[in-house]
Design a protein. Structure first.
Length: 198
């Protein structure tokens, strides 16, 4: 197999471990609900407990992927690209939130910013798949619909977080399905001389 093909497979694997997105998506939803003082989430300790639980779940999912699919270190180029995408993404999200705080525009900058960064991240990291375009494209449209003018900035930002969290969870589930279609189900893999799955 050519080096380029191996690097491509490593990049796909790194970004398609979708179940890792589920705890992050749940935290985005809970953060939005907590900021809105919803139910038991109005207590800070409940959100802190959820963060600890999400961290433990993330570690368990990482172990699942390592044991069933092995470990891959992306190329230096892919790692640099990931850092650049992260920095650009952070700037775009901060800009979207700031737009919501400082303007009375009838759109949600927070919602649109999350959608844009995820479309950008997948486009430059692996490639956009149909489910990425559908999920994040729909979120982008929702953020740009002129329906957000009647809600305050706080609600606009936090509903944006909740919607981004739901989209993150959905994307993670579809990404995991794509991983299974690309590399097979864990039971179907031939681990050969590797320590994966042992």
């Amino acid at each position: 197999m050519e080096r380029k093909s191996l690097e491509s497979a490593a990049a796909i694997y790194s970004y398609m471990r979708g179940l890792l997105s589920v705890p992050a998506g749940i935290l985005l939803v809970l953060a939005g609900l907590s900021n809105l003082q919803w139910g038991p989430l109005r207590h800070v300790w409940v959100f802190v407990g959820a963060m600890v639980l999400a961290g433990a779940t993330y570690l368990l999912i990482t172990r699942y992927y390592s044991e069933n699919y092995g470990r891959v270190t992306p190329s230096t180029t892919a790692q640099v690209r990931a850092v650049v995408v992260t920095l650009v993404s952070a700037a775009v999200v901060v800009g979207g939130v700031r737009l919501d705080w400082t303007s009375d525009l009838p759109v949600s900058g927070t919602t649109a910013a999350f959608a844009l960064i995820m479309l950008f991240a997948y486009a430059v990291s692996v490639r956009l798949r149909a489910h990425h375009v559908i999920i994040w494209g729909s979120l982008l449209v929702a953020g740009l619909l002129p329906i957000w003018g009647s809600v305050g900035a706080d609600a606009k930002i936090n509903v944006g977080l909740i919607l981004a969290g739901i989209a993150t969870i959905a994307t993670g589930i579809f990404d995991h399905g794509a991983l299974r279609r690309t590399f097979g189900a864990p039971g179907d893999l031939d681990h050969g001389n590797s320590d994966a799955g042992q």
